[in-house]
Design a protein around this ligand. Structure first.
Ligand code: 5GP
Ligand code: MG
Length: 455
């Protein structure tokens, strides 16, 4: 994952707009962040490890003057967690310099890397740098270069690219990662991973980029090309399940309403006699409210989350992840004591979080704990940008639902069916990537799957 934004706003402070857009996208990655800005002449940038609020201050932002900016907040999946892998990347070509921010994972990086000129030096270890270098080495105008590279790259890439005086945004032909476009003020544009970032900076949402689309924004206006492609569309279902912010819209519907509908579907599929319904904050709250509405049970807050703790999943090792859960939640004892509690979560991935949640609720006096999950079991790794590394780590790949119930210590456990999930999103499953749920990946070559598993 990652959050990306591109700003084209003549007469405005683009770096500041990029900063606030990225702030709204911080949930998409907390490892590093950066902004590159152009005043029409030169590109300046600043990037560092850590959260946006720790990286940027007034002094740094004031120095980033210009009306075109590109920004990135990183969650690492490919390439290690070090500052040379932080983005935006800066590249030089014979047609001028550009900055580059990428969300997604390529699935033919090794093959593409082998085609780069021997004189090309890679500083980072990421697939993003390979993609940027391919653009450097391609020929023609920037638009031609991007289209050439889009025909060669496989996997997931939503990208914003800024030259000295133009902004480009493009999306892979499968449309795995989201990317949308809005207008800003008089003649300005904002591209961002999610619509919540447009709302934050006061841009007006126009549309999602189409899979395979390149948008070019420059002095003369906006141009768009959609690659002729036979590829099947494959938006990541995990954006709906967990990743995207609930106030963002996809396909004309907020993620909130989709998650609410997932909760309702789940209550129909797995009802239980209980006293109260709660959700694991924050990502499961819409699902929990939906479950409560459908079941007729009262919705309560059973756990309070510390707002200032990042997502524990991001922690690089298991022992830090283990501690994270206790640091993150405190129970509201009066709401739980002697109650039969339905607790709704959005997903069980490694199976680290859920047993601790169940234990916290029992320690707070819950009489019964019924776990309900608004996604089917995650049984397969993701090769397209979500950190669900290997089969070994995925509890759903290795145990039956009954075994998982025992491991997490729940009285009952119910996972939403694939049909229920798809219905809740209101989408056609043929336009989604369901790889982590089904093991069928629309755009990941088998050779890459084998290699990824070995590595
Ligand atoms: P587990 O402990 O089973 O690995 O993680 C499941 C919990 O982590 C759920 O509460 C879910 O909301 C959250 N989660 C699922 N996927 C991700 C992810 O990609 N990043 C982060 N930070 N949390 C995740
Ligand atoms: Mg969660």
């Amino acid at each position: 994952m990652c959050g990306i934004t591109g700003i084209y706003a003549p007469g405005h402070d683009a770096a500041r707009l990029a900063f606030f857009a990225l702030y709204a996208l911080q949930h998409r990655g907390q490892e590093s962040a950066g902004i590159a800005v152009s005043d029409g002449g030169t590109i300046k940038s600043h990037r560092e490890m850590g959260l946006l609020s720790a990286i940027f201050d007034e002094e740094i932002l004031s120095d980033l003057t210009g009306y075109i900016a590109c920004g990135h907040t990183r969650y690492s999946t490919s390439g290690s967690s070090i500052v040379v892998n932080a983005q935006p990347l800066l590249e030089t070509t014979e047609i001028g310099d550009f900055s580059f921010a990428h969300n997604g994972n390529l699935t033919n990086t090794d093959e593409l890397r082998d085609t780069l000129a021997p004189t090309t030096i890679l500083q980072a270890s990421s697939d993003s740098e390979v993609l940027a270098k391919l653009i450097v080495e391609a020929e023609g105008s920037m638009m031609e270069r991007i289209v050439t590279v889009m025909h060669r790259a496989r996997g997931a890439y939503s990208v914003v690219l800024c030259t000295r005086d133009e902004l480009y945004a493009f999306r892979d032909p499968w449309g795995v990662r989201p990317l949308c476009l809005g207008t800003y003020g008089d003649g300005g544009y904002v591209a961002a991973s999610e619509s919540c970032a447009l709302a934050t900076v006061g841009a007006k949402f126009e549309r999602e980029l189409a899979p395979g689309e390149v948008v070019r924004i420059h002095k003369g206006g906006v141009e768009s090309i959609v690659m002729a492609t036979t590829e099947r569309k494959a938006l990541c279902m995990f954006e709906y399940i967990y990743f995207a912010r609930p106030d963002s819209t996809l396909n004309g519907k907020t993620i909130y309403m989709a998650r609410y509908a997932m909760g309702r579907e789940l209550a129909k599929e797995y009802p239980v006699e209980a006293d109260v319904v709660m959700a694991v904050p924050d990502s499961a709250i819409p699902g929990g409210i939906g479950y409560a509405a459908e079941s007729g049970l009262p919705y309560i807050e059973g756990l309070i989350k510390n707002r200032y703790i990042g997502r524990t999943f991001i922690s690089p090792d298991q022992s830090m992840r283990d501690r994270g859960v206790q640091l993150k939640f405190n129970p509201v004892v009066e709401n739980l004591k002697d109650q039969r509690v339905v607790v709704v979560d959005d997903s069980i991935v490694r199976g680290t979080t859920t047993p601790r949640i169940v234990q916290l609720l029992r320690d707070a006096g819950a009489q019964e704990v019924h776990v309900r999950v608004t996604s089917p079991p995650i049984k397969h790794p993701c090769y397209l940008g979500v950190d669900m590394a290997t089969y070994d780590e995925l509890i759903g790949a290795n145990y039956s639902v009954e075994e998982i119930r025992k491991k997490i210590g729940a009285d009952t456990l119910g996972y939403l069916s694939l049909e229920g999930l798809v219905r809740a999103t209101g989408r056609d499953e043929k336009e989604m990537c369901l790889g982590c749920l089904t093991g069928t990946y629309p755009n990941v070559p088998a050779a890459h799957r084998n290699r990824a598993l070995v590595g």
